[in-house]
Design a protein around this ligand. Structure first.
Ligand SMILES: Nc1ccn([C@@H]2O[C@H](COP(=O)(O)OP(=O)(O)OP(=O)(O)O)[C@@H](O)[C@H]2O)c(=O)n1
Ligand SMILES: C[C@](O)(CO)[C@H](O)COP(=O)(O)O
Length: 232
């Protein structure tokens, strides 16, 4: 049976750390919004069955966006945390997809995803029983810093990776894992954390550091440089 691939784009955040006048996923980036760039990596792909975007319930920006293919995207109400937004989208997706279908969750705030990294993730994991994530190994020395702003200790960085998105998991497994995380009150900041808590062992596919998450003001000009250089 051919399993299909679906995409969930959590785009319901408020971008507090960005300190911008509007949610960071709607900030302009080379002539279109950050969100449109992130969506564009999936819109034209024949191997993506559909896209669900989780929007803030009071989002007034999405209706004003006009781009080719927008009407093919389903929208759901996001929640107070990213994981709730993803869970809401999974519930919508459960009406469209089969339990063993793949779901790729990709942050709206990651517009610089390389097509080659997405291809590599799909090619590496498409027959895997569980799935996994894009990630990059830590390159800097890591310090744990105390509340007083001084170094408490140095964290051994061997084996440490920075999780990115897309995070690619079997739909039913992920939905169950997220529900369990909420049931047991475990806050999760990514899908892999919920899968780990459920006892699964997600894979890691190495990506690139330019798949940055636009989080703070300095990230936007960096994304502009990367996108113009990568001709994404
Ligand atoms: N309740 C939330 C919070 C975040 N997100 C989305 O999850 C992605 C990663 O979250 P993050 O970078 O933390 O975005 P914000 O929560 O908007 O940022 P901040 O923490 O600075 O407010 C973003 O695309 C964001 O829109 C979401 O869909 N629902
Ligand atoms: C999912 C994620 O991008 C992986 O690094 C990250 O956990 C999102 O965290 P945020 O605090 O919601 O930005």
């Amino acid at each position: 049976m051919n399993t299909r691939c679906w995409v969930i784009i959590p785009a319901a955040g408020t971008g507090q750390r960005m300190r911008a006048a509007l949610p960071k996923q709607y900030l302009p980036l080379l002539g279109r919004s950050v969100l449109e760039h992130s969506l564009s990596h999936f819109m034209s792909r024949q191997d993506i069955a559909g896209i669900i975007v989780a929007l803030a319930p009071d989002d007034s920006y999405w209706p004003a966006l006009e781009f080719l293919g927008k009407s093919s995207i389903r929208c759901v109400a996001g929640g107070p945390e990213r994981a709730v937004s993803v869970r809401n989208a999974l519930r919508e997706l459960a009406q469209l997809a089969a339990p063993d279908d793949w779901v790729l969750v990709h942050d709206a705030a990651r517009p610089c995803l390389r097509a080659s990294d997405l291809d590599n993730l799909l090619d590496t994991l498409h027959e895997h029983p569980i799935g996994g994530i894009l990630a990059i190994p830590v390159r800097d020395t890591l310090k744990r810093v105390s509340a007083e702003g001084v170094i408490a200790d140095t964290v051994v960085r061997e084996g440490l990776w920075l999780a990115q998105t897309p995070q690619m998991f079997r739909l039913a497994m992920l939905a169950e894992a997220l529900d369990q995380a909420f049931t047991f009150g475990h806050p999760v900041t990514d899908e892999a954390s919920a899968m780990e808590l459920a006892g699964h062992v997600p894979c890691v596919v190495e990506g690139h550091s330019d798949n940055l998450k636009i989080t703070r003001p300095e990230d936007l000009p960096l994304a502009e440089f990367l996108l113009s250089g990568l001709n994404c």
